[in-house]
Structures are given as structure tokens and as C-alpha cells.
Ligand binder design. Sequence first.
Ligand code: ZN
Length: 308
Amino acid sequence: MGEDYARTLQELERRFSTEQACREYLFALRWPGGFLCPRCGGESSWRMNRGLWLCAKCRYQLSVTAGTVFQDSHLPLTTWLRGMWHVTTQKYGVSALGLQRVLGLGSYKTAWAMLHKLRRAMVRPGRDRLRGTVEVDDTDWGGEEEGVIGRLTEKKALMVVAAQEDGKGIGRVRLRHVPDLARLSLHGFIRDAVEPGSTVRTDGLNAYMGLQGCIHDRQAQRDQPPGEHLVPRVHRVVSLLKRWMLGTHQGAIRHDDLDDYLDEFTFRFNRRTSASRGKLFYRLAQQAVQVEPAPLSTLVKPQHLGNG
Ligand SMILES: [Zn+2]
């Protein structure tokens, strides 16, 4: 299958007007090379009633949504696909309240859970790592200056950011919420985010020393000309990230949820030059059928019900 996606909302509405149409679409995304039984590896199947497929070899019955982010959801797939459309076609994304309104969902909690499940499908750890020359630096989130109120100000959350060099510009990025700036956290992030053999540029922080598998370009701020940043790309990404967190999400982001937001930011940023928003929808749908399910019980409960 080529990159098969709707170009407009009307096209989406027309095409995905029934559960069966949605299932057929997800089926083609999940098994682009044709059906493959997860139990016996059988390659032929029959379509049954109620959206189930039957493996012709071992008779295993499975739903196209089993093992994906759509598993165990009570929402119709028609609603999920519309939700994915709204998440991907808005330039800065959509808040849970915005999603609840546009989809006419009964509760904020339902919209919130949908959004979080989708975020988990946005970045695939260990895939599409950065390469070439990559800047790495840390930043924090959650101070009074960022408009976060009440007990959220107690402690700042730490994040590490990697930005790939692309001429004078920025290529792709990776971000992670880390518990500390110790060696284990920083090296672990770099190992997951950067392709071995790449050049990693950092500041002089001792914890970066001894990086394995890459060329370490360790710089000291004091050697820089005045006004020049050591890792300007990371610096720029951090300012865009904070603007997005404060704008679309009004700063109402709990530390426990931070990784989900970082994944959404990464997904958007890495596809910011994509000519078609429909393509983002396609990519998200494709990744949504490839990841493990995230049951609601493993997600942190929503607490802030303001405009977030
Ligand atoms: Zn089978």
C-alpha cells in the first residue's frame, strides 16, 4: 500500500463513515505485507462478523485493534479516526477540552485518555535515531516563571534534548524527562536517541564524560565568543517547546505526564515541514496499530480540568 490517507475532513468523513471501513484501513496499516497471525505466523485469514479475523491455519480469532492503542476502548473507531485527524491537522495540536468539544465526547476524562493514548503512539523508542552531528543539553520545566501554579511549583522537572544539525538549521529532535542529570540518565538517553558513530556535542558537564559509541565533542562555554550559545539548536528547540507547553496546554502539565507531551512535541517538530497534514494523520494511524496498548489504569489520572 502506498501512503493512503484522506486530504480533507470531508474526505475523511466520507471514507470512514462505518466501523468496517475503519477496520479495513487499520488492517492494511497493521499488515502492509498481508495478514500475519501473531500466534502461528499463518498468512491467510478470513474476515468474520463483528470485526474479527480468523487465522486460516490455527483458527485464532483476532481483532485488528488487539495489541494496539485502540484495544479495550469503548469508543467507536469512527470517533478515534476523527480524533486523530483533529490532533494531527491542528498546527499546535489540541487540548483534551478542545478534543472533547470537537468530537462531542461525553466526558473530559474520555478525551484526556484518548489524547494520552495517541501520544504514546507518536514516538517509537529506538527507531529513527538521530545521526550526523547532534547537540545535547538539559533544561527544566515547572517553575513559577512558567505560570505553573500551586503545588506543581514544588520541584522542577528535568529534561534532556537532542537536536540534529542540518546545515545551519535543525534536523530532527528527541526529548526525554529524566530523574536527574547523572551519567546513567544522560548516557542512557544518548544511547537511545543517537545512532552509534555520530558526533555528540555537549557542554562541559562531567556527567557526559566517557560516552560510548560516539564521537564526543565536549565544549566549554568559556571558550565561546560572547553571546554565542554552545548548543544553539537545542536552545531554539527548548524555547519552541516551552511556548507550545504554555500556549496549547496553558502550562498545565504534570511532571508524570511530561514524557507524553514531549512525544507529541517531537512528533510535530520532526514533521514540521511535511507538506500535507493528512500525512501526519497517516503516520499516526500507522504507528497507533504498531504499539502496545496503554490501559487507562497505567495512565495518570487527569487532575487539572481548566483549559488544559
Ligand atoms: Zn494462526
